[in-house]
Design a binder for this molecule. Sequence first.
Ligand SMILES: C[S@@+](CC[C@H](N)C(=O)[O-])C[C@H]1O[C@@H](n2cnc3c(N)ncnc32)[C@H](O)[C@@H]1O
Length: 267
Amino acid sequence: MLEITQTDFLRLVKFVEKNYGIDLSKKKHLIEGRLSNFITDKGFADFSSYVDHILKKNTADVQELLNRLTTNHTFFMRESTHFDFFKNTILPQFEQKNKNKVLSIWSAGCSSGEEPYTLSMILADYFGPKFSQWDTRILATDISQKVLSQAKEAAYSENSIANVPDSWKKNYFMKSGTKYTIVPKIKDNVIFRMFNLMDPIKFKMKFDIIFCRNVMIYFDQPTKDALINRFYHATNNGGYLLIGHSETLNRESTPYQYLMPATYKKL
Ligand SMILES: C[S@@+](CC[C@H](N)C(=O)[O-])C[C@H]1O[C@@H](n2cnc3c(N)ncnc32)[C@H](O)[C@@H]1O
């Protein structure tokens, strides 16, 4: 395995943190472990020349680096109390309130699609025959092209749908070979885009509900605070922000109102 010098390690950490918010300052072993063979295969003699190259910001190479260093672990129905709250509290509220039948949802840091597809299946169940009368399209974004391609493919192994209720398996998945593919009605309700959460949020609409779960764990406090403020401006009045259950917002400084663990509201 190649060793990275402290200088090169700090150069790489600074670059990734400044541009993508991801804090790798305690991940020296992870960097050496995940990148050594990869950079040797690419023809670099050592980390020093690789870091020189990355700092020139060639998009494809930076993407490859992010694909290797980001943690994309996710699964259907993850942290299911949020989905119960979504179904039992949030949806009935917006069904009453949004007379234009538009519900705008953002899954920020969506990884390989399990989170937005879980939401899409809940929406289809909730609205039933009225599903097609509502515009409930979910924007799902991530920084990693690799996970976005997997998400768009929407094909999952038997193992990864083990937690999914039987009625969903029957109604919302089709078996193709060894994989289970999401049916068009659920798939087409999700729009995948590449988006770096460090960038200004300039989408056309504001959101009723933002899910940004298990993403900010990799961000330092100032990066997190700045992102929360950008989310706040991108949330409709009365809208929600849901974060991962192992994450916290600074209750003193956050503009959102705390409702319960990992659940916030814009009044
Ligand atoms: C652990 S996954 C979380 C997936 C899902 N939200 C969940 O809770 O299961 C974290 C995702 O955040 C993405 N991510 C990390 N930094 C990001 C950034 N600066 N902009 C956008 N996405 C980012 C990673 O690529 C990864 O797919």
